[in-house]
Structures are given as C-alpha cells and as structure tokens.
Design a protein around this ligand. Structure first.
Ligand SMILES: Nc1nc2c(ncn2[C@@H]2O[C@H](COP(=O)(O)OP(=O)(O)O)[C@@H](O)[C@H]2O)c(=O)[nH]1
Ligand SMILES: [Mg+2]
Length: 335
C-alpha cells in the first residue's frame, strides 16, 4: 500500500519509490496511480524524440534550466527512455553527468529508464511515470525517447507537444521518415547548428515537412475554396480552420543558443492546442484508447482465468486438422 498524500505534497522520496513500483508494474504501484488519477491532467507534456546522439538529453537539460530560470519558474520533471542504451552505455552515463547540474534543484525531478522489459512495458511505465509527475504538481514534463520504432512513436503520442530533433551529418532525415516520426512533429529542432552541413539538413527537412504538412491547405468553407497559411493559423476570428505548421528551429544545446526561441515555439503550440480545442480532443482520444486497451486486457485475463484446462490446446489441434473452423472454436472457448 502506497500513501498518496506525500506524493501530492511533493515528497521526493515518496515519488521516487512510487516510480520504482510503476517501473516494476506492481499491484501497489497500480493502486497508487488510480488514487492519483483525479489529480492529473494539469501538466504540459513535451516529447523530445530523435536518433541517438542528436542532442536530445542536452536539449532537455537546457529546456529544464530555461523553465527554472524564467520569471515564473515552473516545476519540471524529466523521464528519459532509451531502450537501445544498456546500463553501461555512454548515453545513460552522459545523461547522469549532464543532468547533475539540475539535481540539487528541488523544482526538478529526473528519472532515466534503460532497457527495461519489453517496449510495450516501457510505454506503459512511461505513461505511469508521467501521471505520477503530473499528480505531484510538475507543470512541465519532458519525455525523452529515441525515435526509432512504433513503440517510441507510441510513447511520443503521450505528449501534447512533440519536438523531433535532427542534427547535421547523421543522415537522420531518412530515418525520421521511416519511423513516421515527422508526421508527429509539432516543432522540428535542428540541433548542433554549430556543425557544418546545417543548411543542407534544414533544406532537406523543409522539403519533407512540406510533404507531410502542406503549407497551403485548401479548405472548403460555405462552398468557397480558401487557403490557410501560417499567418492566420492563430486567428480565432478566421472562418478557416486553424492550421499548425511545425516551425523549424536551430539550436546549439551545448551552449544554449536558440533555447529561448524553442521555449517560445512550445508555448505557441500550447496556446494553439487550447484555442482550437485540440488539447481536449487529444486528451479524450488518448483516454479512449487507454480504456479500450484495458478492456481488452481485462476481458482476456478473465477468460484465461475461467478457461477449462487444455481446452485451448485441444481446439487448436482440431483447428490445425481442419476439424473445426476458427469461428466455431471461438464460440466454444468463450461459451
Ligand atoms: N557540437 C555540438 N555538440 C552537441 C550539441 N548538443 C549536444 N552535443 C553533444 O552531442 C553528444 C550527444 O548528446 P546527447 O544529448 O547525449 O544526445 P542524445 O543521445 O540525443 O540524448 C554529447 O557529446 C553532447 O555534448 C550541439 O548543439 N553542438
Ligand atoms: Mg539521451
């Protein structure tokens, strides 16, 4: 049994313990998350995704510093998910070293997860950790993931605002397209802008961006054809459906160049989500998805618990021998 009061009151040790329970998917961890659920839904979730080495951890570190130093310092929590990085790997060690600078700050909480269980398990753990942070009152939650496959894309979908990070000279553009990750980008960041080749990377990205998000999208409104351009994307009076065109921004995470502009773009996107009602729609879609998944899981588990011993194998054998059709087999199994 985990007390939720200390977590709601900002007790860091209690939160750290809960995160371990969530990572291990224990009964106590799940029960605590249920208790915390009514206190969630307040934080702005920012996904930071991209290939290894593009500078995601450095960017997260800089963004956290930026939010802490602003006129109204925000409480910031970070969850870094890197399944490709073993415990001895440089990335995890690097994260620790770079982030120690923030670790003395009570307004910042950081958790790193590396190669723990299946990717599906990681996605679930990440969602739970984000929920715990949210309930604990962290206003900004940064979720760092390696943008490599579907599971990572699923993790990124948790976020309200997704930053896709590229860097010159890594050939990442193609990788990003493969993972379908460009489609989920709300802001494109070209980090390591101090490196040669940044113009080429930017040109390639802008070309691909136009394919993924046409800048001039045609809307039919009362039978008229209209063009939406970024200039009135935020104009609430406009009869045209607002359109978010992901900005492409350059940063140098190693020295902080471009970070204020990046934070500004994140704020703009957040405002856009609120003004268009997208935030509510996303939240609803996310919860609907979670509910459906959990229903499936619960029903399958209930069926397993009640299933007659050996009946499944027996029917499978008959199925292979074509003695029974799948439809009939299911009817017998769930009867
Ligand atoms: N030159 C340069 N190096 C950077 C920049 N940002 C990060 N790095 C370095 O790139 C390496 C990988 O950064 P890291 O943040 O761990 O990347 P991640 O794997 O995407 O999290 C580290 O050695 C950083 O110091 C940058 O803007 N310019
Ligand atoms: Mg990293």
């Amino acid at each position: 049994m985990i007390e939720i009061e200390p977590i709601l009151n900002g007790n860091r040790l209690a939160l750290a313990r809960l995160l371990t329970q969530i990572e291990n998917d224990t009964h106590a961890g799940r029960a605590a998350l249920s208790g915390l659920f009514p206190y969630t839904g307040r934080a702005h979730l920012i996904g930071v995704t991209g290939a290894p080495g593009t500078g995601k951890s450095s960017l997260v570190n800089q963004l956290a510093r930026h939010y802490r130093k602003s006129d109204r310092p925000r409480r910031v929590a970070v969850v870094a998910v890197d399944p490709s990085s073993p415990f001895t790997g440089g990335a995890v060690l690097g994260d620790r070293i770079r982030m120690t600078e923030l670790s003395g700050d009570p307004g910042v909480f950081i958790r790193s997860m590396a190669s723990r269980g299946s990717l599906g398990g990681l996605a679930r753990a990440t969602a739970g950790i984000v929920q715990a942070y949210d309930a604990a009152g962290y206003e900004i939650i940064l979720i760092e993931t390696v943008g490599a496959g579907q599971a990572e894309v699923d993790i990124a979908r948790l976020a309200h605002t997704t930053l896709v990070v590229e860097a010159p000279g890594l050939g990442d553009e193609i990788q990003a397209i493969k993972a379908g990750i460009l489609e989920i980008a709300d802001v494109l960041v070209i980090n390591k802008a101090d490196r040669p080749g940044v113009e080429n990377t930017e040109r390639a990205l802008r070309t691909m961006l136009q394919l993924a998000h046409p800048v001039h999208r045609v809307f039919r409104h009362h039978g008229r054809l209209e063009l939406a351009s970024p200039s009135h994307a935020l104009d609430a009076q406009s009869p045209v459906a607002p359109l978010w065109v992901p900005p492409v921004l350059r940063t140098v995470a190693s020295d902080g160049q471009g970070i204020p502009k990046l934070a500004e773009a994140i704020t703009h996107h957040q405002e856009y989500l609120v003004q268009t009602g997208d935030l509510e729609r996303r939240e609803r879609a996310r919860l609907q998805n979670e509910l459906e998944q959990r229903i499936q899981e619960a029903l399958v588990n209930r069926w397993r618990a009640a299933a007659k011993n050996g009946q499944f194998e027996e029917l499978l054998k008959k199925l292979v021998a074509r003695e029974v059709a799948p439809e009939e087999a299911v009817a017998q199994l769930v009867a």
